[in-house]
Design a protein. Structure first.
Lengths: 335, 201, 396
């Protein structure tokens, strides 16, 4: 039986189909898991219980019910909207998220495709969502969406730079751009890079929050000003795509942060053989920790104003990241 | 106008004590050229029409009455369409009122002037108090008073095509036309005894 | 030609003045909008993110109060005027009742005055807690909403236990407060009074309110992003505030210690010790802080009032059919939103001849075109929220 399966999957096309199916399955699962974490954690922070009735005791089926609800809704497209662009926008955002999952190492050898330019690929693909958001804002035919879309364009472009520059420090230290290569470099060094690259880690987290347009950087959505910003006209399953994309993106960016800075699937002291099957669990634990921090920030802070946001990116994060690179490079040569 | 306690004791017994604000009220009235009256702790200074804006300038500059509280009007009309008629005949006019206050001692003065009932026109106070803008717009749409020099006397509350001035006594309440009010009863009568009798008993 | 500093400046200005020709956009904020506290419409002309001409359009909630009050009797008016500013329901009735009592020259019993004072301060706490809940939400922080509203529920439950209504109490009568809940004129006066455990429960509720003020201060006051969003935003100097008739915490935030509770005598505030809270700059942060401190002061007043409340009647002797003698008076009170006043013109009948309602939010809102000149779009929301108006109060 096992031989039959291994023979089957040694065929390139079958394994490709399998990998695609796995990735496609992961997105809703991750989305729902992190979404559930968000609603329950936010409820605990706000002295309430959160979803309670869906699915028995603690409301675990709430998001499944929400997903089904979104799917069966009427597909409303405003008459003033640009139809092809309107329909394509959520797909583009989801595509960039899905494509990011390819390079995340879940364990030694457990990676969909170990690209030698993994980091480069990841950052390039994650910036595709900017176009999707701008398309959503423009094509809705709504002034609020337009303002949200333009704010998003400004913000996402501004925070791409700190995001990219922050990981350069880790890449310099590891000497390779391959994601699993960086984890192996941390294993070889014996310590996760966050101990030395704490500046880079901090900048990456802040820039990741901005890339996700989560509070405190949610000017593009700005629920109390722009109704829902670029998402205003989206309802039904198109909104579901954006919603899933946000949580899946939270997962992927946290996973990248965990891989580059926190040691990925490796914990100090855990032998290699254990990592084979405990690796994914360790990575998920670290991802959950980072997601918890992101959720915590979201419900504590208000949002930055657009000019304060841009000042933070251009005047603070970019110079700090550049200084980090310079110091890392010098120390790498010297030490 | 109540007068100060006079010298004779008999006068002290019969005449009421002067209001503590009487002196202040008289001071204001003299400065603006009007007459002051204190009714139930409210100082009301009546000024003639042409001294309206100057009275407010004086009040603001000389008496520190910088706080612009409100501006509105009363439609004194002997034939009322809604409500009851007046108990005694009055001269038909619009009485324009403003209340100013000061921010240090808490004094407040109500200025009033009489406007012609047929064509109520008065200069606007917008140069003196910027806050008079909206109050005058409201008075214009509710009473039909024309404020000279106001930049934008568009409707504030009422829809764009609304005709008429609702707060005039001659403007009927639409709901009254459609369905008469059951009556201004304070205490409702007891309900009549039920007339059905139990056939079984 | 000699190149001097004037020439250089002229040259540099000449370069800059060639700008891109961009159109400005007219953005309609409202009337249905998450942040406009009701049906308010702002027609904003914005250029990018900067608004340079914001005109409020009001009147969506105009109910014609002043016309209606001309055809109602005084007890009937008491029923409807607590709906003007529905967030602080009880406080709307007080100046009107006091005006009618002034014209009738009725002396209100002490116990009734103390009860009125306690309930008015509870209405103030309720209104300010709504502000504490909704203002950070407009800035993006969702959590203070739950903390503030949880405590507000306590206050509203207490109000309901006494008056029968959470938002629209209709508890005042001319001459005092309502003698009993639901009993007719045949019940003895001693059994018509506050519910048995109202006073102790109010005391413990006030303790909880003080605690939540500390929680809100920890959560909101020190937050750097809140400070960045509200400090220096929407500064209103005292002269402009006075000219527009801005009142209440908005005026006090600009630095003027003007509190009508200390000046007017509509309720026995002079027997209690409390501070008048002022701000320094008149920006959004000061307005928020004034309201937070005012919740604490109200809690103090209520504690003192509960300690001192005298026994006695709840309603003075007034005729069954209330006819107010001829006269005019203006009574103003410190409502949670600002100065609320009623100019009552009576002709000796059982209803007023003219009732002018001076509502605080009307004047507070009228300053918007002035203060929103040249601000960024997110600041429009921040400033509007900090003025704390309610559309029912604006439109009457």
């Amino acid at each position: 039986m096992i031989e039959l399966l291994t023979d089957l999957f040694s065929n390139f096309w079958v394994s490709l189909a399998g990998k695609l199916a796995l990735v496609a399955l992961m997105i809703p699962l991750i989305g729902m898991a992190l979404g559930f974490a968000e609603i329950k954690l936010s409820a605990k922070m706000q002295a309430r219980v959160g979803p309670y009735f869906a699915g028995g005791r603690w409301g675990w089926a709430q998001l499944i019910a929400d997903g089904i609800k979104f799917f069966q809704k009427e597909d409303i497209i405003p008459t003033a909207a640009d139809r092809p662009v309107f329909k394509a926008a959520p797909m583009l955002v989801l595509v960039s998220t899905v494509a990011l999952l390819v390079v995340i190492p879940f364990g030694p050898g457990l990676i969909f495709r170990d690209l030698s330019v993994g980091v480069f690929y990841a950052l390039a693909v994650s910036s595709l969502s900017t176009i999707g958001i701008l398309m959503a804002g423009w094509s809705s035919g709504n002034k609020y969406s337009l303002i949200g879309g333009l704010r998003a364009a400004g913000q996402l472009i501004a925070y791409e730079l700190p995001l990219v520059l922050a990981v350069v420090g880790a890449v310099i230290m590891a000497g390779t751009m391959s994601m699993s290569g960086i984890v192996e470099a941390q294993i070889a060094a014996g310590f996760p890079y966050v101990i030395v690259q704490f500046v880079g880690f901090g900048i990456f987290l802040v820039a990741a929050l901005a890339e996700l347009t989560r509070i405190p950087f949610d000017m593009p959505i700005a629920e109390s000003e722009l109704v829902m910003g670029y998402l205003t006209e989206y309802s039904g399953f198109r909104f579901l795509f954006f919603f899933l994309a946000e949580f899946a993106n939270m997962f992927t960016l946290s996973a990248i942060a965990a891989t580059l800075f926190l040691g990925g699937y490796w914990l100090p002291g855990v032998p290699e053989s254990v990592l084979e099957f405990a690796g994914p669990a360790i990575l998920l634990g670290k991802v959950f920790l980072l997601a918890f921090v992101m959720i915590w920030f979201r419900w504590t802070f208000p949002r930055f104003r657009e000019d304060q946001l841009q000042t933070l990116a251009w005047k603070w994060l970019v110079p700090l990241a550049l200084a980090n690179i310079a110091v890392t490079a010098v120390l790498k040569v010297v030490l | 106008m109540t007068s100060s306690p006079s010298e004779t004791e008999a006068a002290v017994e019969t005449e009421p004590q002067a209001h503590p604000l009487q002196e202040y009220a008289d001071g204001v009235a003299d400065a603006v050229g009007g007459t002051a009256e204190i009714q139930f702790d409210t100082i009301k200074v009546k000024v003639p029409n042409d001294a309206w804006v100057d009275a407010h300038v004086t009040a603001r500059d000389q008496f520190d009455l910088v706080f612009f509280s409100w501006l509105s009007a009363i439609d004194w009309c002997n034939e009322v369409e809604v409500g009851d008629e007046l108990s005694e005949e009055v001269e038909e006019r619009f009485e324009l009122l403003t209340t100013l206050g000061d921010l240090t001692e808490g004094k407040r003065v109500t200025f009033s002037t009489d406007l012609d009932a047929k064509t109520p026109v008065i200069p606007s106070l917008i140069e003196v108090f910027a806050g008079a803008n909206w109050h005058e717009r409201e008075a214009h749409e509710m009473f039909g008073i024309d404020f000279l020099g106001h930049p934008n006397l568009a409707h504030l509350y009422l829809p764009d095509g609304f005709l008429g001035n609702p707060l005039r006594k001659s403007f009927p309440l639409l709901t009254r036309e459609v369905k008469p009010w059951p009556g201004k009863v304070d205490v409702e009568a007891m309900p009549e005894k039920p007339t059905t009798e139990n056939p079984e008993s | 030609m000699t190149i001097n500093s004037d020439t250089m400046r002229h040259l540099s200005e000449a370069q800059v003045s060639v700008e891109l020709e961009t159109e400005d956009m007219t953005l309609n904020i409202g009337p249905q909008h998450p942040s406009t506290h009701g049906v308010l419409r702002l027609v904003a002309r914005i250029d990018g993110e900067r608004a340079f001409d914001v005109q409020p359009v009001i009147g969506y909630m105009h109910r014609g109060y002043e016309k209606i009050c001309e055809v109602r009797t005084y007890p009937q008016i008491t029923t409807i005027i607590n709906r003007i500013d529905w967030v602080s329901g009880y406080a709307n009735e007080i100046p009107f009742i006091v005006a009618a009592e002034k014209l009738m020259e009725v002396e209100v019993p002490e116990r009734a005055q103390y009860i009125r004072l306690i309930l008015t301060e509870m209405a103030r706490i309720s209104s300010h807690l709504i502000f504490m809940a909704s203002y950070p939400l407009e800035l993006g922080a969702a959590t203070p909403l739950f903390f503030a509203l949880r405590e507000r529920e306590r206050v509203l439950d207490l109000l309901e236990s006494v008056t029968g209504g959470r938002f629209h109490p209709n508890f005042n009568r001319i001459g005092g407060v309502k003698p009993a809940a639901g009993a007719g004129p045949t019940m003895k006066k001693t059994s018509q009074d506050l519910p048995a455990n109202f006073l102790p429960e109010t005391r413990s509720a006030m303790d909880r309110v003080m605690e939540v003020c500390d929680e809100l201060e920890d959560l909101v006051a020190g937050n750097e992003i809140i400070l960045a969003r509200t400090r220096g935003v929407g500064v209103i100097p005292v002269e402009v505030a006075a000219a527009y008739g801005l009142s209440g915490p908005n005026l006090r935030a600009s630095g003027v210690p003007f509190d009508l509770r200390k000046i007017e005598d509509y309720l026995p505030y002079d027997r209690f010790e409390f501070d008048v809270i002022t701000g320094e700059n008149g920006d959004c942060w000061d307005r928020w802080h004034c309201r937070l401190q005012e919740i604490r002061e109200s809690g103090k007043i209520i504690q003192q009032a509960i300690d001192d409340i005298p026994s006695g009647d709840l309603l003075a002797k007034v005729p069954k059919l209330i006819k107010v003698p001829k006269g005019e008076t203006y009574v103003r009170a410190e409502n949670p939103k600002g100065e609320m006043g009623y100019y009552l013109v009576s002709d000796g009948k059982d209803g007023p001849y003219r009732l002018k309602i001076r509502s605080a939010s009307f004047s507070n809102l009228s300053i918007l075109p002035w203060v929103l000149e040249g601000v960024l779009v997110p600041d429009i929301i921040a400033i509007m929220g900090s003025l704390d108006f309610v559309l029912g109060d604006v439109d009457r």
